[in-house]
Design a protein. Structure first.
Lengths: 275, 223, 487
């Protein structure tokens, strides 16, 4: 349905936005920016580095602006709009140079692509720059698959894995499809489904500390279904979920672990074996 | 200030400076996925209704009174509520007389208040007309009126409905347009899609909640 | 099973009630099984994604159009219904609505009321109000009847007794109705049928809700499977319908997609057993149907939600329950944890306008914002977006004038200061890198106990070197190799 009509009054009755059209992907660029995300920065830096290695392997020059920090999502989802706005503004300034931005975390990529519009809703001039950033933002698996069009040779031994996708990454970035397709391209990797695969792991940022009992019940169910899938390990393209799932597994004293998809992919295509 | 004006004033204040949204009703969305070749309509209606435990029979129009009698006899029922002021009510009475049928015919010819107890507890079956069927959802449309009151399709444990094969439409939208419902609605217009049911305990489906336990549809080949 | 805690004795916070619910294995199993089945049924009812999405968009636009003309449509509805012989009443509060219903019953010297399923009457707590005035108000929907018999509230808007299994119902019927215990669901339903049929016959007044009120024709449309709605609106001499002001739609044809969305989203049914369209009382020459029909239009906070264009979208809701069926939080804690009439995601966004955020301060935060609710909403209410908005209103200071009833319920100067610090840290690159340096260097000193986080997780230990650090070193190396190769 096309919007035949637009009522610009601030109190006009709203309709749902049109469904996004399938994304048109550009040719592979020469240079990209990696936005590392705050969770990866502190807790999974090696995975961030693996993301850089994967991009370099495709012949790209990677920039990692040292002034980057956080996309602003934690404050935004907690209702602290002013704080989110200033942090977002700082990142926007940093990413304003027209280069594609690759993010190894679907929910942060979704923040750039979807939610900055809401964050800067009252600043028409900023919104133009926000649209440009949204256009240039790619989640890592999406970028490797559709922009780099990777064709990999799987150098790793046969293995079975489970894939977890963050909810916002799935909804806002289709990361589940991209990650599945990348994994399907690896000959020795079998992806096993797990029970209630699309259900939230219970992280939800501050939700996990505001409602620890409910969040805990969710991650307990998630880790159980991951373990019961028969997979050797879990991979995910989202740092928040990884922190949640691995932290819970460690608390339960389970040997099963998850890791970032970037690290898993790097091992498969580089042949590098880490213990 | 009355509640009415307070409510309306608050709503109007909320809409200040705005224009009403246009009518973007797209009838294709409610008709296109629900279109069938004429010969498939009956098949679809049957299969959907049978899936919710409705008994469906297809028969030449003239044979329905005989079928009604057979349905009662199969079940050992000994009365039938009917609408004496309707054409099909008269056909039924005539057949009953000719055939010397045993089950007692109960005419719905007086206000419910005069015989509530009997209607609620004694009546075992009823037969009513319909104003058509809907293939898309497996539904009957009932248009009760003074001759064929509302409770006839609700109180008896067995409800037998007569449906003309030629009056089965593809979908609800087509039916309401063809019959121009919006020009004048009856006191009560009903879509019925099976015997009454509930899944309120453990989602286990049980038929015969508060309305009929059994619904039998007789599709009359009238062409 | 016997450890179940009566609603009246539940803890008074969401977290407290959630804890109790999570500890009840029977309850958790009942919900998980039921919600899994409802999700599957919905999925099966919408086999064609394109068709489903087109219909959701249409549903969204029909509701938006109705809301954009809501005051006019309410007046049109009133005029049409009046023309059809229906008495229309308006109530700003639930107390007013109760008074209206009571005065109707009183004018008929009524003492027995049967009620079809109505969430608005739950908002009004009509049963209690009438009981205090010596009027028996009996629920007739099987699930509602079970819940009422046990002195509980519904735990789901479509399946009120979903938290109970057959053994619990059997025990209840045995205790309250003196019947033999049975694990046969059909027998249990038959007991309900026989008991309630007598009540339908005797009732002085029937009360029902409304799914859609059609302005064009002056018609009240109700969907149901059991026939209790038809009974309540047909058998007693007086029918009183109660509904929220947002239920009005413009045209009869508008209900075609809305009914389809409702029944398929709620229970995965192509249509309910009955679609009951009522356009007036018994006409002089008709033989049954109520002699009087009344409609009570209730505000109860809806005009407050309406005043805000973003929150107005909550009034799109057609009460299908799909959001709760798909909610990982609801599935685990059940409906009673929400402590209010409307549970689940929709409850979180409609309740604050009715009772104020102070009464439900934790509602907005009790979500991981996973978005499953918004994905399945048949009228495309952006539930996660509205939850985020409520979080904003919830942490505002009084000076910031929250725009939602009793906003600022979670305002805390201390928490605000923490986020200010977070902002400073994340907007000053030098400071941020200093923080990284400290965190990575002293990561091993992370305390084992980090409050709520370490209830479910081990404490996360920062890596020895940050990504900032690793990337800088790596990229410098790559750069030097690159330039080295060139020279």
């Amino acid at each position: 349905m096309t919007d035949l009509f637009y009522d610009a009054a601030p109190n006009a009755t709203r309709v749902a936005p049109e469904r996004p059209k399938p994304r048109h992907y550009p040719d592979k660029p020469a240079e990209v920016i990696l936005f590392g995300t705050c969770v990866m920065d502190l807790f999974f830096p090696e995975a961030g580095l693996d993301a850089i290695r994967l991009l370099e392997r495709e012949g790209l020059k990677v920039h990692y602006p040292q002034a980057q920090s956080c996309c602003g999502q934690p404050a935004w989802t907690s209702g602290y709009v002013d704080e989110a706005l200033e942090v977002a503004r700082a990142q926007l300034a940093l990413l304003d140079n027209g280069l594609p931005v690759v993010v190894p975390s679907g929910s942060c990529a979704g923040m750039f692509r979807q939610h900055y519009r809401e964050v800067f809703a009252d600043e028409p001039d900023t919104l133009k720059r926000v649209e440009s950033l949204a256009e240039r933002t790619f989640e890592l698996t999406e970028f490797l698959l559709h922009v780099c069009k990777v064709q990999w040779q799987d150098l790793g031994p046969p293995t079975q894995i489970a894939l977890h996708t963050s909810c916002s990454a799935r909804r806002e970035m289709n990361t589940h499809l991209h990650a599945r397709e990348l994994l399907a391209g690896l000959d020795n990797v079998e992806r096993l489904d797990h029970d209630h695969e699309s259900e939230c792991c219970g992280f939800g940022g501050t939700f996990s500390v505001r409602m620890p009992e409910v969040s805990g019940a969710m991650v307990l169910d998630k880790t159980r279904s991951l373990r019961e899938s028969g997979a050797a390990e879990m991979v995910t393209a989202d740092g928040g979920c990884l922190l949640n799932i691995n932290g819970s597994l460690a608390k339960q004293k389970q040997a099963f672990r998850g890791r970032h998809l970037a690290s898993f992919l790097w091992e498969r295509v580089s042949g590098e074996v880490r213990s | 200030m009355s509640a009415r004006s307070n409510i309306l004033n608050k709503l109007r204040a909320g809409l200040a400076g705005t224009t009403p949204r246009p009518d973007e009703f797209d009838e294709g969305l409610v008709t296109r996925p629900w279109q069938y070749a004429p010969e498939d309509r009956i098949t679809r209606l049957r299969s959907l209704m049978e899936a919710v435990q409705t008994e469906v029979h297809q028969l030449p129009a003239a044979q329905w009174p005989e079928k009604v009698l057979a349905l009662l006899q199969e079940r050992g029922l000994n009365n039938l509520l009917y609408a004496p002021g309707t054409a099909h009510g008269q056909v039924l009475v005539n057949y009953w007389q000719q055939a010397g049928a045993k089950p007692e015919l109960l005419a719905y010819d007086r206000p419910v208040d005069d015989w509530k107890e009997e209607l609620f507890w004694r009546v075992q079956a009823s037969v009513t007309s319909t104003v058509g069927g809907i293939a898309a959802t497996g539904s009957l449309a009932l248009w009760p009126d003074r001759h064929e009151p509302r409770l006839m399709s609700l109180l008896p444990p067995l409800h037998i409905a007569l449906l003309n094969a030629s009056e089965i439409e593809d979908n609800l939208y087509t039916m309401m347009q063809k019959q121009n419902w919006s020009a004048g609605m009856p006191t009560n217009l009903l879509l019925v899609s099976g015997p009454s049911k509930t899944a309120d305990i453990e989602q286990v489906l049980a038929y015969g909640a508060h309305g009929p336990k059994e619904l039998v549809v007789l599709i009359l080949e009238d062409r | 099973m016997n450890q179940r805690i009566p609603v009246t004795e539940l803890s008074d916070t969401f977290r407290g009630r959630a804890k109790e619910a999570l500890a009840d294995d029977q309850l958790r199993t009942n919900f998980r099984v039921a919600m899994d089945s409802l999700m599957q049924k919905r999925a099966d009812a919408f086999p064609d994604e394109e068709e489903r999405e087109g219909l959701r968009e249409l549903g969204n636009r029909i509701k938006a159009r109705a809301l954009s003309r809501l005051p006019d449509l309410l007046e049109q509805l009133e005029a049409k219904l009046t023309e059809n012989g229906v008495n229309v009443h308006w109530a700003e509060t639930t107390a007013e609505a109760n008074r209206i219903v009571h005065s109707i019953i009183e004018s008929k010297q009524g003492s027995q009321v049967v009620k079809g399923k109505s969430m608005v009457s739950e908002e009004m707590e009509m049963n209690d109000y009438l009981a205090e005035r010596d009027i028996e108000c009996l629920e007739s929907d099987m699930g509602e009847y079970i819940v009422q018999l046990d002195g509980e509230k519904p735990s789901h808007i479509i399946m009120p007794a979903i938290h109970k299994n057959r053994y619990q119902v059997s025990k209840l019927f045995h205790d309250k109705l003196g019947v033999e215990e049975t694990d046969d669901v059909n027998k249990l339903i038959r007991i309900g049928r026989e008991t309630l049929r007598q009540k339908f016959m005797e009732a002085d007044v029937g009360v029902s809700g409304v799914n859609f009120a059609i302005a064009e024709t002056g018609t009240l449309l109700l969907v149901e499977n059991e026939g209790n709605g038809r009974m309540s609106t047909t058998a007693p001499p007086v029918h009183v319908a109660v509904t929220g002001i947002e239920k009005v739609v413009e045209n009869l044809r508008d209900v075609v997609p809305l009914v389809s969305l409702l029944t398929r989203s709620a229970l995965g049914q192509p249509i309910t057993t009955y679609v009951n369209m009522i356009s007036g009382p018994r006409k002089p020459d008709e033989l049954d149907g109520p002699e009087e029909v009344h409609l009570v239009l209730l505000d109860n906070g809806r005009t407050g939600a309406f005043a805000d264009a973003q929150m107005r979208q909550t009034l799109n809701c057609i009460r299908c329950g799909a959001c709760m069926n798909h909610c990982p939080v609801y599935t685990r804690v059940g409906g009673h944890t929400y402590g209010e009439v409307y549970p689940g995601p929709i409850g979180k966004i409609v309740t604050p306008h009715m009772v104020g955020l102070k009464q439900v301060p934790d509602h907005p935060s009790a979500s991981s914002l996973c978005g499953a609710c918004g994905d399945v909403c048949p009228v495309k209410i952006p539930i996660p977006e509205l939850l985020q908005r409520l979080r904003q209103e919830n942490v505002k200071s009084p000076a910031e004038q929250p725009k939602v009833k009793d906003g600022g319920a979670k305002y805390s100067a201390r928490e605000r200061a923490v986020w200010r610090f977070w902002r400073t840290l994340n907007t000053r690159p030098g400071l941020y890198r200093l923080f990284l340096w400290g965190a990575t260097r002293f990561g091993k000193l992370t305390p084992k106990n980090l409050g709520p986080w370490t209830e479910n997780h081990t404490a996360p230990v920062p890596a020895r070197r940050s990504l900032h650090d690793l990337a800088k070193a790596h990229l410098a190396r790559a750069e030097s190799q690159h330039t080295g190769g060139q020279s």
